[in-house]
Design a protein around this ligand. Structure first.
Ligand code: PEP
Ligand code: MN
Length: 341
């Protein structure tokens, strides 16, 4: 951490800052310029907020050198982490993008199995579907709960697809773990620290969606919390963020977040073109853009009759459009094989 003093800071103020840093168990190195003194604080700086130093008399600015997300950072693990789901599904590194498909909400067994069969036929490796749904309005369809999990289990057994479903409440952790291969932390819960702590103690891969208005640092710090508690099987998911313009898209698709995450972290990152756009006809172009940008996978909402879907119908692909997109993606992936420099 670098503490930049005001040009007119007194010797006493400089010494006071140095003493404060020492009192926290850190070392200091002073750079006394002609105009300003700069104090480097060395040690366990991530433990302390910059505010603690900024409020001291004579301090102009405090800057961190180290990223606050140590475990998920590439600084601590240089190579890409490959996260394996159910022994054979690999996210990350040079593995081809993994497709996850399914309805927004699990609605009934028949419909879910029909979707799962199409997903499998098109090359998807995982089935998505919410049994516990975070809904803005209290009287909207909130999912089938345990019954929904049981339908996911039936679909998983019939098709061999692995399952990912959202966990909203720590009290449901054991139940959800029993029926799923990967736990989804939804955008609205990205900063539910109790939930993050608990999935950090679970022995299941975690799909961590980016919060509606989370910065990249906040998102990586949420992943850091899960890893700090012992679970390093984390896959990040960009799903669009809130900006000033929601006239034509539900969210703003932050495609740049994909290469940014790949530079900052060793964890795999996938993209959700359904929630990122909110419009079914934008799903295919954005899905392809994300793959070109380096996404390690896609999570896509699919339903036989999107107009009848109990949630998120407007952003859901019907079977024909999903099949078409999968064929296009296959072609795209084949031309994107890495060029050795
Ligand atoms: C979902 O996947 O259906 C969902 C609610 O996603 P998000 O948390 O990204 O809004
Ligand atoms: Mn949805």
């Amino acid at each position: 951490m670098i503490i930049i003093m005001e040009p007119n800071a007194s010797e006493e103020q400089i010494q006071n800052v140095v003493n404060h840093v020492h009192s926290l168990g850190m070392r200091t190195v002073l750079n006394c310029g002609v105009i300003q003194t700069v104090i480097a604080a060395i040690g366990e700086t991530p433990k302390y907020s910059t505010d603690q130093f900024e409020i001291l008399d004579g301090v102009r600015k405090v800057e961190r050198i180290q990223v606050p997300f140590k475990l998920v950072s590439r600084d601590s693990h240089h190579d890409d982490s490959v996260i394996t789901v159910r022994n054979n599904i690999k996210f990350g590194g040079d593995n081809p993008p993994v497709i996850i498909a399914g309805p927004c909400s699990v609605e009934n067994e028949e419909n879910l199995i029909a979707i799962a069969k199409i997903a499998k036929e098109c090359g998807a490796k995982m089935l998505r579907g919410g049994a516990f749904k975070p809904r803005t309005g209290p009287r909207m369809f909130e999912g089938l709960g345990k019954l929904g999990l049981q339908f996911l289990d039936v679909a998983r057994k019939q098709t061999g697809l692995a399952v990912v479903t959202e966990i909203m409440d720590v009290r449901d952790l054991d139940l959800v773990c029993e029926f799923t291969d990967m736990l989804q932390i939804g955008a609205r819960n990205m900063q539910n620290f109790t939930l993050l702590n608990e999935v950090g103690r679970a022995d299941k891969p975690v799909l961590l969606k980016r919060g509606l208005s989370a910065t990249i640092d906040e998102w990586l710090l949420a992943a850091e919390r899960i890893m700090d508690k012992g679970n390093s099987k984390i896959i990040l998911c960009e799903r669009g963020i809130r900006t000033f313009d929601n006239k034509y898209t539900r969210n703003t698709a932050d495609i740049a977040a994909i290469p940014v995450i790949k530079r900052l972290s060793h964890l795999p990152v996938i993209f959700d073109p359904s929630h990122a756009t909110g419009k079914w006809n934008l799903v295919a172009p954005l899905a392809k853009a994300a793959v070109v940008a380096g996404a390690h996978g896609l999570i896509i909402e699919v339903h036989p009759d999107p107009e009848k879907a109990l949630s998120d119908g407007a952003q859901t692909l019907n079977f024909d459009n999903f099949k078409l997109l999968c064929r296009e993606l296959e072609k795209l992936v084949s031309v994107l094989s890495p060029v050795k420099s």
